[in-house]
Design a protein around this ligand. Sequence first.
Ligand code: NDP
Length: 249
Amino acid sequence: MKNRLKDRVALVTGASSGIGEATALALAEQGAKVAIAARRKDRLEQLAAKLAELGAEPLLLVADLASEAEAQRVVKETQAHYGRLDILVNNAGVMYLEPVAEADLGRWRRMLELNVLSLIASTQAALAGMRARRDGHIVNISSVAGRVANPNAAAYAATKFGVVGFSESLRREVYKDNIRVSVIEPGMVDTELREHIGHEASRRAVNARAGEMRQLQAEDIADTVLFCVTRPDYVCINEVLMRPTDQER
Ligand code: NDP
């Protein structure tokens, strides 16, 4: 089935790689117009070329979303460019794993700002337009780490538990405006995410764990986003917890 998202406008944050990139392509393949935001301009340009071929009329937004103001700007620019925003996929995130006792708090602050505050800020910027049209869907990418708290992942878990809590509170604030909120909680996905872990031993440990299983692929999460946003508008998929078959916890 094609064109299930014809005339819909989406913004995907963190679209320069991994889950965000796959999601932008999946939405475009279904006919959506797609705005893409992240820091790496070259990677966004490569993706924009593919999106343009699919007819998605991409809007490329280079932004450091750790800043709340930037998170709000990308939403406002999307609305101004296309005249509306129907689907906001809050995907940009980092995963800095390290034990609490040794943690670099500056690094953790940046993670909290990006994974939580930025997601809150972009959501806030999207609400007025969605409310006025009584139409909109916000998809937040949390993690299994938003449901299971593992050692070495304390602050990452705090961000992802935070996203789960925020999403459910938000859903209950906006459901009467016909705005849907979905939160997706993937297990281990084969992306660049782990490459940015600054704590050597933690990076090695999580890579070793990933090597023991058949990981999810970014496209598997994109498929799930697509499933959520293509339901009839009386159906709200609230939460999806998905792991590799080989992942126990
Ligand atoms: P990637 O590292 O491939 O993607 C992360 C994306 O976030 C990139 O596009 C990156 O773009 C963007 N990003 C990072 N920092 C910033 C910033 N300061 N400003 C703007 N954009 C930023 O990893 P994934 O695709 O795996 O991660 C996507 C989401 O999925 C994250 O929220 C992650 O927590 C979540 N997730 C991932 C899992 C996994 O195992 N991979 C499991 C569960 C959840 P750029 O660097 O160009 O700015």
